[in-house]
Design a protein. Sequence first.
Length: 412
Amino acid sequence: MRRPLPLLLVLAMAARNLARNKVRSALALAAIASGVAGLLLSGGFVNDLIFQLGEALIHSQSGHLQVARTGYFEFGSRAPAKYLIAPEEVDRIGLQTVSHVVDVMRRINFSALLNNGRSSYPVLGEGIEPDNETRLGTHVTLLEGATLSAKDRSGALVGAGLARAMNLKPGSVISLLAPTIDEAMNSVDLEVVGIFQSFSADYDNRVIKLPLTAAQDLLNTNGVNVLVMQLDHTENTQRAAKAIAGRAAKLGLEVLTWDRLNDFYWKAVALYDRQFGVLRLVVLIMVLLAVIGAINISVAERTGEFGTMRALGNSGADVMRLVLVEGVLMGVAGAVAGVLLGLAAASLISRIGIPMPPPPNSNLDYIGHIRVDVIDCSSAFAIGIGATVLASIAPAFRVRRLPIVDALRRMV
């Protein structure tokens, strides 16, 4: 029984065959490379969109982590006064000592009626520590006036939508009416120091921010609802959450990460993943069609050559393996070229930037980039090779089943 052709010989023959018709091979390689580059660029664009969405949510509203009384995140919006964290509990949990935690800020939330002297409007109030929140809120845009500072005991920041609805400007005097933790009504007069715009239009339509001390005086408490943490890097979120969870549980508290706090984020991620999956399928089909045409023409032209190989004693498996190896070589070359082309294009596009309109339920435009990672490169590379190999299977089987006599009749 004749032994199969050595692999090195098959590789050499496959490389020589690809070089015989340079134009056809170049067209097939261009199709593979463009498909791989397209996958790389689209994947990097989606990655950047998801990354910027997460950073906008973190640095405009939620921070990286939040600690609150157990049950607050589920039921606290109805009665935040029932889920207060006492000052001594804040000291005992010691969040400042946790690795990767850069800043810790306290917040208290409440519902109130805002009055501008002419009409009233229901709002959500946030008592904040101004200096800490300013460091966190890098994705909050100040439209008018000044940012809130620790010196502004009677100052307030108003969301852009709320300011439009109540005709408020920096210097406007307003009053807030809210129930205390004892269910009595209390009010406070404030002066609008600035108008802000965050990532979320819904948030800006109903939120007013005031100093934590003023909010505590209004609600007649020295407690807070949540402890918000800013970390050194977003990728350390889960590590820091695990370190805090044990401490929090001992005090009847729970910790939630930014992605769990923002349900909108996961819905957006699921949508973009589904869209990118469809794009992958379309690119795969395009590459398949382009490569199938090139390989079928090449195999048809060389049918007599394959018949000669069979007549000289090579098995059908040898011929089939030769066609498949040619497909693999073409796929590897096209995938490498596509990855290099995609990386170069990604770098160029990222330097220029892509002006993007606000996402759904958002106020702010942003500049998009191409954020390529190892997973995207590996996936695009594998798809480029896989599509080419798939395109080679049918012609390879057809050559293997073709009788030697019929193949030799096609000699030219």
